[in-house]
Ligand binder design. Structure first.
Ligand code: ADP
Ligand code: ZN
Ligand code: ZN
Length: 726
């Protein structure tokens, strides 16, 4: 009898044995199996001849769903690595890696695609008859060479064009398999490109020299230094060899503009993976990539799981971005997984950024990664001059000092745009009673409600709780309720009143929800429809604002005095990214940082010596404090309705790890955010100077932790290489 060991979507760190009649299927095929009273879809992970369970106790596989594995050998290996490195249940790893449509057991057969083809009439028509519709003419001309897939025709020509031609009876849709269409490798048409400068040329040739082998590059280039151009020229070499390229971008960097730049250069269809796709759209891109039908795939974090038939190159753009780390379930870091993937597939990986994460910089400095640097600007952008603005003893109006309002007026008068950055959405972070000082709090989180005047609501930013704005204080019934602190909404309103002759726009997660909304706003900004740009960090990512000559960051103190040791790095990255995105050579910009601590050494180092210097110094500090990347951490988190249960559970976990070789155990202590959604939250931090020792200790004890009676009573998780301590 054949025993199949199945990875099932069950939160247990184990495989499940089932008996199977017939020849063993390929590893990585999906099966349907009975589990208790349910039927689950799982993946064949191992084949064995014997089970540790008595044969008559084994249930049988009810159905084999695939005759060809849904995971290729690389993916099987990466899932195995994820489960083992993050100590995560393999069944859940597999779920994360698989498109939703396949998780549910749906078929993995590729559907036929619709292609535009010429009718007899279309084949014979004189092109001059269409001279008044040049786009239609071009499409007909293109169709004389080959039929074109519907979605691609929409991307390239616009929907109206094909519709018009089909109404005229010149073209018609036919169902075809992708395999019958012309392959992308035959469609590549390189459009005009700039001549690489010396540093770019060096970087490109180093990457090209590694095609076909594993290598990791840190491409450290100031904003606007031409990193994307380096990607494009390296990609060109890979595509021309018939190999595929996968590009990861941060959550909010994936705008139509980004995609257009890649599409336009090579003239081929780009597979795009982002969170707004339907399950079926996602599956299509996954299948096309797996079958080698796409040359270029661009996506956010989870796109790293997309299989490629002929992998050639991996790129992680803005590699420092925190959206690459998943913060729930399988807490993987897509950048680290990219390194593993490049290694497994034996291909080069390029990590590009102006502000490398300290972990990455350290690997480049110690020679583990090859370090490519672009120290100067390629285009005509320029770095804004950075200065601190002392706001001690200064009255603030909607968060701004008078001096800053004056500077804003000056720049507006010169016809420039001004960007104001504040990391808090809503009108104000609290509603306070003037009579007794009572603050309206979310009872589930013990944190003040944020006031949203435009919605006329109080909202908790830590859970979904919301309620109307009270007229009277809940404590003393006074009607003198006032807001405290400033958010984007208040800043926008204040500026609109102060500068009635200028238009303002607010860019935060409240105003950019919805498809292409952010892209529309960015276009309007570039068309100078707005002069005052108010926003949160969404503004710092991947967009250039050539007409912005003044950038003001309202509050940097929060990050300087944060309990999170990474907060200062993140602030430095933000400041540097913002400074690099404003202005151009003829119109250099200035940037002001409002602070109560103008002499702060970190701030001074950053604005005088730049991010590169700051980051190298920050690394020294990390070394002295023995913090990552010089030590390795794993964080157990637990939450429960009773603080005692959470604490007790982590105490029992701590008992296992106390005394483990080379591992330090800190806690349990309350999380920075002690209560959230009604649950009390505690943490236990493990730290070691050697990754191997930490892994060894985790391997040794994770099953015991999982088996603790309290483990089913509290909600707990393990985060290896944690980024988030909140
Ligand atoms: P980054 O990705 O580092 O922000 P980009 O690749 O977007 O930089 O380049 C910034 C600008 O400079 C773009 O407009 C780009 O077209 C232009 N550029 C890049 N490389 C060159 C070059 N070698 N010569 C001229 N312009 C260039
Ligand atoms: Zn009161
Ligand atoms: Zn709450």
């Amino acid at each position: 009898m054949t025993i199949l060991r199945i990875a099932l979507p069950i939160p247990k760190r184990q495989l499940f044995d089932y008996s199977y009649q017939g020849p063993a299927p390929e590893l990585g095929c999906r099966v349907q199996v009975p589990f208790g009273s349910r039927t689950l879809v799982g993946i064949v992970w191992e084949v064995a001849e014997k089970s540790q369970w008595p044969e008559d106790k084994l249930k049988a596989v009810s159905k084999l769903l695939d005759n060809k594995a849904v995971f290729n050998p690389t993916q099987l290996k990466l899932c195995q690595w994820l489960a083992s490195y993050y100590k995560h249940p393999i069944g859940d790893v597999v779920q994360t890696a698989l498109p939703v449509a396949l998780r549910k057991g749906g078929p993995n057969q590729q559907k036929l695609a619709q292609y535009w083809c010429l009718t007899e009439h279309g084949k014979n028509i004189e092109l001059s008859e269409l001279s008044r519709a040049p786009k239609q003419q071009t499409l007909i001309e293109a169709l004389r060479h080959r039929s074109i897939e519907k979605s691609q025709a929409n991307q390239d020509f616009g929907q109206a064009v094909s519709k018009a031609l089909s109404t005229k009876g010149l073209i018609v849709l036919e169902d075809k398999s992708y395999e019958d269409g012309e392959p992308w490798s035959a469609q590549i048409k390189i459009s005009e490109k700039p001549q690489a400068n010396v540093q770019q040329a060096l970087a490109i040739s180093r990457i090209e020299a590694s095609i076909g082998e594993f290598a990791t590059f840190l491409l450290e280039g100031v904003t606007g230094s031409g990193k994307t151009e380096v990607y494009l020229q390296a990609i060109e070499s890979v595509l021309l060899r018939g190999q595929q390229v996968l590009i990861l971008v941060p959550e909010i960097g994936l705008t139509p503009q980004t995609v257009y730049r890649f599409k336009h250069r090579f003239g081929i269809k780009v597979g795009v993976l982002h969170s707004a796709l339907t399950d079926n759209e996602r599956l299509e891109v996954w299948q096309q990539s797996a079958l080698g039908q796409l040359g270029l795939i661009i996506g956010t974090r989870s796109a790293i799981f997309t299989p490629m038939l002929k992998p050639g190159l991996l790129i992680v753009d803005e590699e420092h971005d925190s959206s690459y780390k998943q913060q729930d379930g399988l807490r993987y870091h897509a950048r680290d997984l990219a390194v593993m993937r490049a290694h497994t597939e034996n291909i080069p990986l390029v990590l590009g950024t102006a502000t490398p994460a300290l972990e990455t910089l350290n690997n480049a400095l110690n020679g583990k990664y090859q370090h490519l640097q672009l120290p100067v600007r390629a285009g005509d952008a320029t770095m804004a001059r950075q200065q601190v603005f002392d706001i001690r003893q200064q009255p603030l109006e909607f968060g701004l000092a008078k001096g800053m309002l004056d500077r804003t007026a000056l720049h507006l008068k010169q016809g420039s745009q001004v960007m104001l950055f504040i990391n808090r959405r809503g009108y104000a972070p609290a509603l306070v009673c003037h009579s007794c000082g009572h603050v309206e709090q979310c009872h589930s989180c013990n944190k003040p409600f944020t006031l949203h005047l435009s919605l006329y609501k109080l909202q908790c930013h830590h859970c979904a709780a919301a309620k109307g704005i009270p007229k009277r204080c809940a404590n003393c019934q006074s009607s003198e309720l006032g807001s405290q602190g400033v958010g984007t909404e208040q800043l926008e309103q204040g500026l609109a009143e102060y500068f009635p002759n200028y238009q303002s726009v607010r860019i935060d997660s409240d105003t950019t929800r919805g498809k292409n909304k952010l892209d529309t706003m960015l276009n309007q900004i570039n068309n100078n429809e707005f002069q005052l740009l108010i926003g949160t960090q969404i503004l710092s990512k991947g967009h250039h604002f050539p007409n912005v000559t003044l950038v003001i960051i309202l509050d940097v103190d929060g990050a300087l005095f944060s309990a999170d040791y990474r907060a200062a790095d993140h602030l430095a990255q933000l400041i540097t990214q913002l400074a690099g995105r404003a202005g151009r050579a003829q119109k250099p910009g200035e940037m002001w940082l409002q602070t109560h601590d103008p002499a702060h050494p970190l701030l001074q180092d950053l604005i005088n010596n730049g991010y590169g210097h700051f980051a190298r110094y920050a690394l020294l500090e990390r070394q002295h404090a023995n913090l990552p990347p010089y030590s390795f951490q794993a964080l157990f988190k637990a939450q429960a309705l009773s603080a005692r249960d959470a604490h007790e559970f982590l105490q029992q976990v701590a008992d296992y790890f106390t005394g483990a070789e080379g591992v330090m155990c800190l806690g349990p202590i309350p999380a920075l955010m002690e209560k959230r959604q009604g649950q009390y939250r505690m943490q236990l931090l493990l730290q070691s100077n050697q990754r191997g020792l930490l892994q060894q200790a985790l391997n040794q004890h994770i099953s015991s932790v999982e088996a603790l009676p309290l483990a089913t009573k509290v909600r707990w998780s393990l985060d290896v290489d944690p980024q988030d301590f909140s």
